[in-house]
Design a protein around this ligand. Structure first.
Ligand code: NAP
Length: 263
């Protein structure tokens, strides 16, 4: 793939994307920026062009991924819009900034998308939601191809973009907290922290792989493991008595409300 990609704002998410592109052998297709480039200069050794010059990045790329904080993205678009052309595909990764607002700031007749990847892009495993409404089919295909190099893509209506933040982006942290709790219990029942984490990581990965491979509902797979009167169901029911699913769902709904309240 030869598409040139600019990652504007190489912070937490931006760097994960760049690392994913490097892993996908696309490092030399990527130009990335931040104002203070000191901490990302090492990316140049992997073929990535590192610069603080956003205009240069835009002029030399086709797909522009704006990995900037929501409060900053519109002012950066305002600064840079003179460099946008109809050849560009502009993609905002910012939470809570609507397509309509983005398009008003871009002003020109250019393909603008919202996308919500997650930090697992760094290991080629992002779940990237891409807004599909009103998109030019060719541009959408090209964007999908790019994100497919760093994980799975899911096309959604823009109205679900904030839900995608909670499920797909915050979801990484929720899953990590689950793994941490599992490891801590593992330590209490005898494993070293390192071994407990190793077992928990692989077990969670294996469980997800089963669902991805079979397409089955989680409960169908749980039924296979939970022997009547057995150990697994005893543990599961105690977790539910303590509010496990309720706590997770409440946490996600509260996170969603926080985004909606900040609009
Ligand atoms: N973290 C996630 O998992 C995740 C997932 C999905 C979406 N998002 C969204 O991604 C966006 C970025 O989040 P983040 O956690 O990666 O934030 P972050 O770590 O603060 O990264 C933003 C980067 O932008 C750079 N920057 C600021 N102004 C700039 C400018 N004028 N030109 C070029 N670079 C500039 C900053 O570096 P300098 O100060 O050096 O310029 C910083 O490294 C947010 O809108 C968030 O909603 C995050």
């Amino acid at each position: 793939m030869n598409t040139k990609i600019a990652v504007i704002g190489c912070g937490n998410l931006g760097l994960s994307l760049v690392e994913g592109f490097i892993q996908a052998k696309m490092g030399s297709n990527v130009i990335t920026t931040r104002r203070n480039t000191e901490t990302i200069e090492y990316l140049a050794d992997k073929g990535v062009k590192v610069t603080s010059d956003n205009a240069y990045a835009i002029k030399n790329s086709k797909i522009i991924l704006l990995a900037l904080k929501p409060y900053r993205i519109l002012s950066v678009i305002d600064e840079l819009k003179e460099h946008f052309t109809e050849e560009h595909i502009i993609v905002s990764l910012a939470t809570g900034v609507s397509l309509e607002v983005l398009k008003n700031h871009v002003e020109k007749n250019i393909q603008v998308f919202r996308a919500m990847p997650n930090v697992a892009a760094s290991v080629g495993q992002s779940a990237t939601c891409i807004s599909k409404n009103g998109a030019n089919k060719e541009a959408l295909k090209e964007l999908e191809r790019v994100f497919q190099r760093i994980g799975e893509t899911i096309l959604i209506n823009e109205e679900l973009m904030e839900s995608a933040v909670v499920l797909g982006a915050c979801g990484t942290a929720f899953a990590l907290r689950f793994i941490r709790a599992m490891s801590q219990a593992g330590v209490q029942i005898g494993f070293s922290s390192k071994t407990a984490t190793q077992i928990a990581n692989q077990t969670v990965k294996g469980a997800a792989e089963i669902l991805l491979a079979t397409g089955n509902h989680p409960e169908a797979e749980i039924d296979k493991v939970a022997t009547p009167k057995g150990i697994t169901i005893t543990g599961l029911n105690e977790m539910e008595h303590q509010g496990f699913s309720a706590a997770l769902i409440r946490g996600m709904l509260t996170a969603y409300k926080k985004i909606e309240d900040s609009k």
